[in-house]
Design a protein around this ligand. Sequence first.
Ligand code: CA
Length: 106
Amino acid sequence: MSEGNITSPNYPFNYPNNMDCTWTLLAYEDEIIQITFISFDLQTGDQCDWDYVLIRDGDNSTAKSSVETRLSQSSPLLPQVEVQFHSDREISSTGFKFSFKRVQKI
Ligand SMILES: [Ca+2]
């Protein structure tokens, strides 16, 4: 799949509690993966420790995001992306939707 959309479970309705989902997006060697968040609404927590989306690239660096630190549009550009979604045992929201596509490295 060279491009598509990924949403939280049940989107655009509230996601279930106690969810753990992982998506792995891979690009070929001369490509990178571009992620664009279309919507993002999770239960808020000071430390992002209730419900969160964790985006990890091939170098294992992490970008943890909640509604407090909303990812900007069209970022990041990564060769390999693992997206984890976690929700805790209570309070949910509509969740997220993002699009991804593989683009040629310049
Ligand atoms: Ca929650």
